[in-house]
Design a protein around this ligand. Structure first.
Ligand SMILES: NC(=O)c1ccc[n+]([C@@H]2O[C@H](COP(=O)([O-])OP(=O)(O)OC[C@H]3O[C@@H](n4cnc5c(N)ncnc54)[C@H](OP(=O)(O)O)[C@@H]3O)[C@@H](O)[C@H]2O)c1
Length: 261
């Protein structure tokens, strides 16, 4: 399917690795220019940038200045057609709710919600300048699959998914679509890397990281993690004009992890 993304200007947050890097790679492959934001660049994003279709902006999106600087770089290039709010992190709380401090909650909210709020706020005028645009925000199945091991993450993901629906209602008449994607477990550092979910839960339970990961998808219909490339394919479709009448939607990509309708 031709997505007609050639020449589009995209902003991707959390582009240095994992899902955000895959989205950036796919957008570049499709002929878009990506303004890529994260605190570090990483070798794969650096290599991708050598082709001239990536503008890397080192930003900490837990700060207000981060979002402003990222979108300002896109504005210099002509504006924003596509915004992918992807940056995020999860901290497993094996000690439960009582161990999650105010500082923990504020940090989760800052990265999980305010980064998307501020980046979207900055991007909307740049989209209107281009005559419209598409926003895709990466939520999680945890938005509607609460997990006591990550209560702050679940609440934050519910918030950004809810916000996406509000945005779709306000911005639709101005030619801006807003959708969210809710992945189940995806094979990235967030899950499988050092200090990731598998390692932390494994340390707490005495299991190996691989045993924790295997257990997370055991018995699910496909029996495996989603790959970052599979999430990227869905995001590119939603960002493209092929999805011109899809807005306010939340798309689950989880190999059947969620068993209810
Ligand atoms: N993996 C999963 O199973 C899964 C499932 C559902 C939803 N998600 C969501 O998908 C998104 C991407 O997750 P992932 O699995 O790809 O994680 P990842 O591999 O850990 O990548 C996270 C990205 O976010 C960036 N980031 C983190 N903190 C940042 C900050 N303060 N400022 C700017 N950038 C920051 C990181 O870059 P730097 O470290 O260089 O800043 C990195 O590029 C997140 O929103 C996550 O909640 C993931």
């Amino acid at each position: 399917m031709e997505l007609n993304l050639g020449g589009k200007l995209a902003v991707v947050t959390g582009a240095s690795k994992g899902i955000g890097l895959a989205i950036t790679e796919h957008l570049v492959d499709a002929g878009a220019h990506v303004v890529a934001g994260s605190r570090t660049r990483g070798p794969r994003l650096e290599a991708l940038g050598s082709g001239g279709n990536v503008t890397f902006v080192p930003v900490d999106l837990m700060t207000g200045e981060g979002a402003t600087a990222l979108v300002a770089a896109a504005a210099q290039l002509g504006g924003v057609d596509i915004l992918v709010n992807n940056a995020g992190a999860v901290t497993p709380r094996p000690g439960g709710f009582l161990t999650v401090t105010d500082e923990d909650w504020n940090a989760s909210w800052s990265l999980g919600v305010m980064a998307a709020v501020r980046t979207t706020r900055a991007a909307i005028p740049e989209m209107l300048r281009r005559g419209g645009g598409a926003i895709v925000t990466i939520g999680s199945v945890n938005a509607f699959y609460p997990d006591p091991g990550i209560p702050d993450y679940c609440a934050v993901k519910a918030a950004v998914t809810n916000l996406t629906k509000s945005l779709s209602k306000e911005l639709g008449p101005q030619g801006i679509r807003a959708n969210s994607v809710s992945p189940g477990p995806v094979s990235t550092d967030l899950w499988m890397g050092a200090g990731g979910v598998a390692e932390v839960l494994g340390t707490a339970s005495g299991a190996s990281p691989q045993e924790v990961a295997d257990g997370a998808v055991a018995g699910t219909p496909t029996g495996r993690f989603t790959t970052p490339d599979e999430v990227a394919d869905l995001v590119l479709f939603l960002a493209s004009d092929r999805a011109a009448n899809i807005t306010g939607a939340d798309m689950t990509i989880d190999g059947g992890f969620i068993t209810t309708i």
